[in-house]
Write a protein that binds this ligand. Structure first.
Ligand code: DLL
Length: 433
């Protein structure tokens, strides 16, 4: 294993905890003294920095929510003055006002270091050519990966999203060995390449894909790896936590959360108590070294499980499993909780299914309806109605047993469902509740 910073990444767990405690204590004192927001929150919650006597005391601190950022738009939660900031990013947000994130020079440095560690852990380094096909601009994906890749000495092709044919030409001409983009955009590129007569697997040097910013499944990973001949790694982050930050290592056994930067908790969103390692819960993160926009116990809304045993790679920091959905993208269909990720998992296990699908939720006569529109795989597409009927029946029964709720299935021709350059929007909820 090659680590970017073995001294930190392989720190014995007890030492890592001591470091985290020291950082937490400093953070809490700093915010109690300098952030009117946190000062008030802590007082309302009846907690004082002196009450933090060990790492587990993080649980005494109040939570913070995305709504707190929106309510304090644009910069009322910043603990740095404007002249200390070197950058803003803005997250579009699925509802309501956007969120503005400010960065000091040290914030950019910590973010870049985190990505340097992540990319190194995927086996990348000097000599690699990385095509960065996340959006550049207000979105954190493009610039984040750009800085991280440059830091490890890789050569960056800053293509951003869009203009897919040109991207494929550049991938070939500049011999890209790695790409960073959303999984859905890589699938789109794979298809576009085939239309141009280019096989990404056989006609390019691409071997590594750093994929994230939207939910995807293990089945989707298998498909991407087999079809495109790359090793695909899951990268995670949110703009409030800097942007993309945490990634799987070459073992592909969970996402490493750098403990010197972030203190991770996975909690039951209702009882707000920690769940046991291996149990699903809401990811909650305290950023230990963030300067401009600090985050204490930030309830991200993403569902995951905590992995505490040591990774075979030797890095000692805690890991989380891939994101299994959001607390708030959970669909409730006739009283049953359904996660789009469960649907994807079931569909991607059926070879006759293509890469794209759409989930349409509606309400008829007061009853929820669930329609899954599924593209048939080009190899399985046929003019014979009986063949298509068989595929439809297979999909219907797989979905029924995966979801415990009946779904209507509509087959779509290969290439007919919407494609996405940024984050895929697979759910159309037409219910008016
Ligand atoms: O999506 C940051 C990012 C950029 C991550 C590039 C990875 C790569 P936001 O736009 O603020 O930031 O969206 C954050 O996207 O709360 C998750 O719901 C979702 N998300 C991000 N990465 C993953 C992933 C960026 N690997 C929100 N798997 C998060 C599943 C992800 N969901």
């Amino acid at each position: 294993m090659v680590s970017w910073d073995p001294r930190i990444e392989e720190l014995p767990p007890a030492e890592l905890e001591r470091l985290q405690y020291k950082l937490l204590k400093t953070l809490v004192y700093r915010l109690y003294s300098f952030s009117p927001f946190y000062h008030q929150r802590m007082r309302d919650h009846g907690v004082h920095p002196d009450d933090i006597g060990e790492l587990a005391d993080v649980r005494k601190l109040p939570f913070m929510f995305k709504s707190d950022l929106r309510d304090n738009y644009p910069d009322r939660l910043f603990v740095a003055s404007q002249d200390e900031l070197v950058r803003y990013h803005v997250s579009s947000g699925t509802t309501g006002k956007p969120t503005v994130v400010g960065y000091t020079a040290r914030d950019i440095e910590a973010w870049t270091t985190s990505l340097a560690r992540a990319l190194t852990s995927c086996g990348l380094g000097r000599g690699d050519v990385m095509q960065v096909s996340y959006g550049y601009g207000l979105f954190t994906g493009g610039l984040g990966l750009h800085y991280g890749a440059e830091r490890i000495g890789a050569t960056v092709i800053p293509t951003s999203v869009g203009n897919t044919e040109r991207q494929i030409e550049l991938m070939q001409d500049l011999r890209a060995t790695a790409i960073a983009c959303t999984p859905s955009y890589l699938l789109h590129m794979g298809e576009a390449a085939e239309k141009m007569g280019v096989s990404i697997k056989n006609d390019t040097h691409l071997r590594t894909a750093i994929l994230g910013a939207e939910p995807w499944s293990e089945q989707m990973r298998n498909r991407i790896q087999d079809w495109l001949g790359v090793k695909a790694y899951d990268i995670y982050g949110t703009s409030e936590l800097y942007g993309p930050l945490f990634c799987e290592c070459s073992e592909q056994k969970g996402i490493h959360i750098w403990g010197d930067l972030a203190l991770v908790e996975v909690i039951d969103p209702h009882s707000e108590e920690a769940v046991a390692p291996g149990e699903r819960g809401e990811l909650t993160i305290t950023m230990l070294q963030k300067e401009a926009l600090p985050m204490i116990r930030f309830r991200i809304g993403d569902i995951t499980t905590l992995v505490t045993d040591t990774c075979p790679c030797g890095r000692t920091h805690p890991r989380i499993t891939r994101i299994q959905g959001r607390v708030d993208d959970m669909l409730i269909i006739r009283g049953i909780n359904v996660f789009p990720s469960q649907i994807e998992h079931a569909l991607m296990g059926i070879p006759q299914v293509g890469q794209h699908f759409q989930i349409v939720v509606d309400r008829q006569h007061e009853l929820d309806t669930l329609l899954i529109r599924v593209e048939v795989h080009p190899d399985a597409f046929s003019d014979r109605i009986t063949d298509l009927m068989k595929i439809k029946q297979l999909i219907t029964s797989r979905l029924r047993s995966a979801l415990n709720v009946a779904a209507d299935v509509e087959l779509a021709e290969p290439g007919s469902l919407p494609r996405f350059e940024g984050k895929a929007k697979r759910v159309v909820d037409r219910r008016k509740i």
